[in-house]
Structure formats: C-alpha cells, structure tokens
Design a protein around this ligand. Structure first.
Ligand SMILES: Cc1ncc(COP(=O)(O)O)c(C=O)c1O
Length: 375
C-alpha cells in the first residue's frame, strides 16, 4: 500500500530531536525554527516529558470517558490557573479542528442559530464546520460548503457590526494571531468591540488560540494582550501536549453541560493528559512564556534591521517575515545550506514558530545563518 499523497514533502527523514534541534537519518543536525508547525512547545524529547509519558504508559495508556479520569481533572485545574481562566470548564479532544468543531457546535446548541462570522484568510481546521469557517475555497469540499459562514476583513469592526445587528449570528470565530493568513494581528480595539457586540446580539465569541496560544505569543493567550477580554470559548491544541495529539475547548460558565451532547472516544485519554501535565510543569518551571516574550522581542527587533524584509509581524515566538518576492528559494537555502527549519504562509511570508524554549544563543545562531542566506 502507498501513502495517500497529499503532502508535498522535503526529502528529509527526521529521526531524532532534542530541545530546539532535530537530526535526520544521516546524522545531519538542524536548528528548528518551525517547531513541527508550532506544536513543539517545551522542546523535543524534554527529559521530564519523556519520564512522565513513559511512567504513564507503563501504568495505563487509555481507558474510556465512561469512568472518572483524575488526570483530566488535574489538566483542567492546572490549565485554569496557568491561563487565568479558573472559572471556565474544559472539554478535551484530539486536534485543533475538533476543538473548533466542538466550540461551534456548542455555540449552536446554546443559541439555536446556524450562521458563523469568520475572518478573511482564517484557518480553523479541516473537519466539516471548521473547514467551512476556513477562508480557503480550495480545501472546502462541496459537502462542506453549506453557506453557514460569512468571511469579513480582520479589524473592520463596522463589517461585523452590520452582520451582528441582523440578530441571526450563532458565533464569531477569530484567531488570536492569524497563522496561515500570514501572521496578522487583530487590534485590541477590534477585539473589545467585537466581544461587546457579540454579547449584545447573543452571538458566541470564540477565540481560536490553537497556534497563537499556550505561551507562543509571550502571554499565555495572544488575546490577553487585549486587557480584560473574556471570550466565551477559547480553543487550544498544538503546543498543549508537545506533539501528543490533543485539543481542548475552554468554556465560559454561561454554558451548561448536557450529558451526551458532546463526546469522544480518545479525547482526554490518560496518556494525553500525562503529556499535557508534563508540558505545564515545564512551562512553569522553565518560565517559557516569559522566554517566548523576551527571545521573540529580540528576534523581531533584529529582523526589522534586515533591509531585504518588507515587513516583520508577530508577537513572542510567532513571527512572520514578508518579502517583496516569493520566499521559496530563501526557505530552501535556509534548509539545505544552513540547516534551519522554518515555516511559510502563502508565497511571500516566512513563518517562525520555534519551541518556546529557544535560547538567546540559538536565536543569534539563527540570525547569523539567515544573514548568510540573504547576503
Ligand atoms: C489557528 C488554527 N486553528 C486550527 C488548526 C487546526 O488544527 P489541527 O491541524 O490540529 O486540526 C490550525 C492548524 O494549523 C491552526 O493553525
């Protein structure tokens, strides 16, 4: 059997990782400024993470959601404290798309409506409603094109006001920082007013922090740069378990749980919870949110000095560098000649999404290699 060939691959087989570095099967070392697409939060093969997962799988990897799972309760408690959402509840699933799917579904159960407002260039995942909320017609299959979603420009509050005043909007979904869309930031004024309008017109306000959350922006959630903002739901995945598949929805107390309304076989399993708890241990012990803020601010200010870059955008360790011309060759040179992994958004933006543990020395090492490629 062959693999279903949907990924355009680099001809590199990564077999080992440690901290912010990975190695291929020939022993070539790479600096990881991509974090496996923003997934590696605490660094590759962190000893505490390895120990906790190994310990858990030796005891119990999985049992069903029909019995008490105290590890899930611990994840909820710890995440509540770490994120500043102690009064919210947590629903656990296995991926980012599932997190958004469940958030949108819960919103619709809540207010009985079916219309979603999403942002142009947004990415929310590939399942049915999540993909419909994703503003990319190439990945929306005809069966998912059900006319639920209106896409509006980021930060154009009047466009959202006009739609919300129709009193038929179920939910508005916005990324903390747009990732796939090219590292675009919502303004605080936009988010504040949007939240107020949602409340006024009985629409549910969902922040997708799947890429921008878990410390990546230099605050636990990117929307926390907007003081006092309390979305109705916040979706998380990626960094939550450092590569173990896991997603979550943080749900405001205004939603009452109903038995059987949401559910999953694998979501919140014992092994995933052990991984998530280990990640939170390391984030706290190693002060990784502050590290992302500091190293990210340094990187952004240094990158702004490169005349070859048209614009540098981002916060913490979620950084986009937009070029006048397509970046394909630069990225390829970085990978093949300088052995640095980076990401992209579209054709003109290089995206940096390293582990939150990236050190100042590693940031400087990246800048040196990057300079060589650009010169
Ligand atoms: C903002 C955002 N939302 C949702 C998703 C979907 O997550 P997953 O691929 O885990 O389903 C992604 C993935 O890149 C994302 O960046």
């Amino acid at each position: 059997m062959n693999l279903f060939d949907v990924y355009p691959l680099f001809d590199i087989n990564i077999v080992k990782g440690k901290g912010c570095r990975v190695w291929d099967e020939n022993g070539q070392e790479y600096l990881d400024l991509y974090g496996g697409h923003a997934v590696i939060s605490i660094g590759h093969a962190h000893p505490h993470y390895v120990e906790k997962i190994s310990e858990q799988v030796g005891k119990l990897g999985f049992y069903s959601n029909s019995v008490i799972n105290k590890l899930q309760q611990q994840v909820a408690e710890r995440l509540g404290k770490l994120s500043g959402y102690e009064d919210y509840s947590l629903f656990l699933i296995n991926s980012g798309a599932e997190a958004n799917e469940n958030a949108l579904k819960l919103a619709s159960f809540y207010n009985g409506r079916t219309r979603i407002l999403s942002v142009q260039k947004a990415f929310h995942g590939r399942t049915s409603l999540a993909v419909e909320a994703t503003a990319n017609p190439k990945i929306i299959a005809p069966i998912n094109a059900n006319g639920h979603v209106t896409y509006l420009p980021l930060n154009d509050i009047e466009a959202y006001r006009t739609e919300l005043e129709k009193e038929d909007v179920c939910a508005v979904i916005v990324e903390g920082i747009q990732g796939v869309g090219g590292i675009q930031l919502p303004t605080s004024e936009f988010l504040q007013e949007l939240s107020r309008l949602c409340e006024k017109h009985h629409a549910v306000f969902i922040m997708d922090e799947i890429q921008s959350g878990y410390g990546r922006s230099g605050k636990f959630f990117a929307h926390q740069y907007c003081e006092g903002l309390r979305p109705d739901m916040i979706t998380v995945a990626k960094g939550i378990a450092n590569g173990f598949p896991m997603g979550g929805v943080l749900i405001s107390p205004k939603f009452a749980p109903v038995y059987g309304q949401l559910g999953t076989t694998f979501g919140g399993n014992h092994l995933a919870c052990a991984a998530a708890l280990a990640v939170m241990d390391v984030i706290e012990q190693e002060n990784l949110v502050n590290n992302a803020a500091e190293v990210g601010a340094f990187l952004i200010s240094e990158l702004k000095k490169f005349p070859q870059i048209k614009e540098v955008r981002g916060r913490g360790l979620m950084i986009g560098m937009e070029f006048e011309d397509p970046i394909k060759d630069i990225r390829l040179k970085l990978l093949k000649e300088e052995h640095v992994f980076t990401g992209v958004s579209g054709t003109h933006v290089i995206r940096l999404l390293p582990p939150l543990a990236l050190s100042m020395d590693e940031a400087k090492e990246f800048l040196t290699r990057f300079e060589r490629v650009l010169s």
